[in-house]
Design a protein around this ligand. Structure first.
Ligand code: HEM
Length: 404
């Protein structure tokens, strides 16, 4: 208990100006300037959505265990202070090597000496925060956005409840996996007694790019993924498809977005015994260049009619879905093998959109019914979160407008 009091005090000091926060990199007072490796934490939108995609992911979904609204608010304030510190390359609170040896240190220490690594921490709230088992736990029921729906069950879903849902989420992305894991671990540690991790997912090999000039990454099926994604600097398309607008409401979500996460297992062994021609038919693009059927270059405009009717790209394209467009930001995963010796591998799909009802839901309804890819994949985890706008300044914190 003493340790937690210490952490709280130290975090409070960090929130009040950061003077007590120890530096994680060197002894420079401004690590972001000196390394160029920190992504600004404060802004109109949360970082980690339109930000150029980092190499690694640690995504965590939390159950809120406290029933006390004030305790929940305090947690979010402490989380915000810790997140601002860690994304800037600072240690949490008074740091990993505390002055008082009798207390556990505020920071767990495994990121000491590592760069900020473009760490972003993106926070969201799930349906359960507003209502759980018919109870309005925190007096927030009336503030639930209409767009934060409980996702419908899609054909062929095989969801594991232990890998689905959650009251809160934090998406940690960084170029160094240890920095991402350190961030989630420290947030989980701070949350003790108030929220606990329900499930978490490590990801490597980004499967979507928000920087079209860069080389498009490949997914675990060996295909370039993210070719036709929304670019992170395309403000017109971000405003149209990703950020919640003034008229959309509610007010506390304006500038925010909605996140859908799906753990999609791939039947890798079956895929690996499939001919190249069939693999290319499944996507409607060639494996080498990533060009759409009948075209030469990856970024050539797809000719949908030239693809098989059940090709993934044809079915996912906005022209086949009344213009539906989402921002994809997923990662590959490989979590060892299952009991049958098969790789537990696939795509941890993450999509951001302005309204789930006009984004993931119609798109996935179409794909789940018709996509040739379904023979090789299965959706095994699912969650949806409302991601509030950015933390404006040091007086602001994750979710402040929601609780106002
Ligand atoms: C394991 C599952 C999946 C794999 C391996 C996969 C792979 C791919 C690949 C290789 C492309 C072509 C390159 C590109 O434009 O990015 C693509 C495009 C796309 N995928 Fe997926 N995808 C999967 C699941 C999904 C899901 C669940 C959705 C949405 C519900 C989705 C939505 C899209 C969209 C919107 C496009 C771009 C279509 C276009 O505008 O041409 N994908 N996907």
């Amino acid at each position: 208990m003493l340790g937690w009091g210490g952490a709280g005090l130290a975090l409070g000091a960090a929130a009040a100006g950061g003077t007590a926060a120890a530096l994680r990199v060197g002894d420079d007072a401004s690590p972001s300037a000196s390394t160029g490796d920190a992504v600004p934490f404060h802004g109109a939108h949360q970082a980690g959505i339109s930000t150029p995609v980092q190499d690694r992911l640690h995504f965590a979904s939390f159950d809120v265990t406290t029933t006390d609204r004030a305790a929940l608010i305090k947690l979010l304030q402490e989380w915000t202070a810790a997140a601002a510190a860690m994304t800037a390359g600072h240690e949490v609170g008074a740091g990993a090597i505390s002055a008082n040896e009798e207390l556990p240190p505020d920071d767990t220490g495994e990121a000491l000496g590592l760069k900020p690594s473009r760490l972003t921490l993106t926070f969201g709230v799930g349906p359960g925060l507003f209502e759980k088992d018919g109870k309005d736990r925190f007096g927030l029921k009336a503030r639930r956005p209409q767009a934060l729906i409980d996702l419908p069950v899609f054909p062929k879903d095989n969801l594991d409840p232990a890998r689905s849902g959650g009251d809160l989420c934090v998406q940690a992305c960084a170029d160094d996996p240890q920095v991402a894991v350190h961030a989630i671990r420290n947030l989980a540690r701070i949350a003790m007694g108030r929220a606990s991790i329900r499930w978490s997912q490590l990801g490597f090999g980004k499967t979507s790019s928000t920087t079209p000039d860069a080389q498009t990454p490949r997914n675990m099926m060996g295909f370039k993924d993210g070719t036709r994604n929304i670019a992170g600097d395309d403000t017109a398309r971000l405003d149209k498809h990703v950020w919640v607008g003034e008229k959309d409401g509610p007010g506390w979500m304006v500038g925010g977005s909605y996140l859908v996460a799906r753990r999609i297992r791939m039947h890798i062994e079956t895929w690996d015994r499939t001919s190249l021609a069939e693999q290319e038919d499944v996507f409607g693009r060639d494996k080498s260049e990533g060009a759409p059927v009948g075209k030469q270059r990856e970024h050539d405009e797809p000719l949908l009619k030239a693809m098989k009717p059940d090709a993934h790209v044809r079915l996912a394209h906005p022209d086949s879905n009344n213009g539906v467009t989402i921002l994809r930001r997923g990662y590959s995963f490989t979590d060892g093998t299952d009991g049958l010796g098969r790789l537990d591998a696939g795509l941890f799909f993450i999509a951001y959109q302005r309204d789930v009802r006009d984004g993931f839901v119609p798109l996935q309804t179409n794909l789940a019914r018709n996509d040739a890819l379904n023979e090789y994949i299965q959706h095994v985890g699912s969650a949806v979160f409302a991601v509030p706008p950015g933390v404006r300044d040091k007086g602001d914190w994750w979710g402040k407008a929601l609780f106002a």
